[in-house]
Design a binder for this molecule. Structure first.
Ligand code: SF4
Length: 355
């Protein structure tokens, strides 16, 4: 390929995949709860949970989830609220919605039998090309390349690939590299090795090149560009949004409101939200027919999403009169402890814990 920058460095005697797999056997991660199984359901669940979350965080969630939904039929049959409850705290809730939807697809369209090749698996909701390849490799031994964020970093450094890995042209080169490096056999160990190297040795900051099994021909190391690769996302200011949330309190309980089925924190329980400039008493009168008095403002909470940053301004509100007819589906009065047991967005959980 015209853009390969490796050839000027001597090639080590053993192929990339051989060195990496040998390293994995000696130094990689073993004994994780989703390893040592060929059950695609268990592997799929782990891969989805691990998409944006560290191993140590995933382990207890994985165990609870599997205890509640031991197979794809159990997951498909569960109400989405129960799925969200067990996901609460893991973040990126679209993953839970997709997981539930995909289970429905597998039961309805495949008779409950998990698809057996990467291409079909990739068509399930919430499963991209890389995740599908990982599932197919671990469950069925399919020789398919993965390219998650960690692997992009390893390959960008090792192959000396410039440019932001999220840019389509750069990503295409990374996929080419990933595919060209696949071993003829032993795909499971190799796939795990790539994941382990990215998570433990070729870390984003301070990679441990001295312990790296593929350091000999790593372009970034040889050329002193480890800190510069992969190239960061081109700077673009994230828009900022501000909302006020109301901590409506009545007789030792707090009002929770269910979020709409689409958008951020879809389907989770949260606090009623209003425009920061709106008049609280007037808003509560119009919306709930309630008489309230605004109390203290609580310290703001900053929360980052991929595409924008959110400042949440919590406001205590004392409810003096709450008409019965304001009770409605999607609204719940709960004690703080009961509220903390519900499926809450992480910043709202933090806020309620601080009360
Ligand atoms: S030598 Fe360093 S930068 Fe290169 S792949 Fe190994 S850990 Fe990453």
């Amino acid at each position: 390929m015209a853009h390969r920058s490796i050839p000027k460095h001597p090639a080590p005697a053993r192929p990339f995949a051989t060195r990496l797999s040998a390293w994995q056997r000696a130094h990689g991660r073993h004994g994780l709860p989703w390893q040592g199984t060929r059950d695609p359901y268990r592997i799929w669940l782990a891969e989805i949970m691990l998409q944006q979350t560290q191993v140590a965080t995933v382990v207890p969630y994985y165990a609870r989830f599997l205890a509640a939904f031991p197979d794809v039929r159990a997951l498909a049959a569960a109400p989405v609220d129960r799925v969200l409850e067990l996901w609460s705290g893991l973040g990126y809730y679209r993953r839970a919605h997709h997981l539930h939807a995909a289970a429905g697809v597998i039961v309805a369209q495949c008779g409950g039998r998990f698809p057996r090749d990467a291409r079909t698996i990739a068509a399930l909701p919430g499963v991209g090309r890389s995740t599908a390849a990982a599932i197919a490799a671990f469950a069925f031994g399919e020789r398919a390349a993965i390219l998650d964020g960690n692997v992009k970093r390893v390959l960008a450094r090792h192959r000396g690939i410039d440019g932001f890995p999220g840019a389509p042209k750069v990503e295409a080169r990374l996929w080419e590299s990933a595919e060209s490096l696949l071993p003829a056999r032993g795909i499971e160990t190799y796939t795990q090795a790539l994941m382990d190297l990215g998570a433990t040795v070729c870390a984003r900051t301070a990679p441990r090149c001295g312990e790296c099994p593929v350091a000999a021909d790593c372009v970034a190391r040889i050329e002193g560009r480890v800190a510069a690769l992969p190239a960061p996302r081109p700077a673009k200011a994230r828009p900022a949004r501000v909302v006020r949330v109301l901590v409506l309190e009545r007789a030792g309980t707090i009002l929770l409101e269910k979020r709409p089925a689409a958008g951020i924190w879809a389907g989770l329980w949260s606090l009623p939200e209003i425009d920061p400039d709106a008049d609280i008493a007037r808003h509560c009168k119009a919306r709930f027919l309630a008489s309230v008095t605004a109390g203290d403002e609580l310290p703001p909470i900053e929360h980052g999403f991929t595409h924008f940053s959110l400042t949440i301004q919590p406001q205590r509100v004392d409810v003096r009169r709450w008409p019965l007819r304001a009770e409605a589906p999607g609204l719940l009065w709960l004690t703080r402890d009961d509220a903390l047991a519900a499926a809450l967005p992480a910043p709202i959980r933090k806020l309620l814990q601080s009360l």
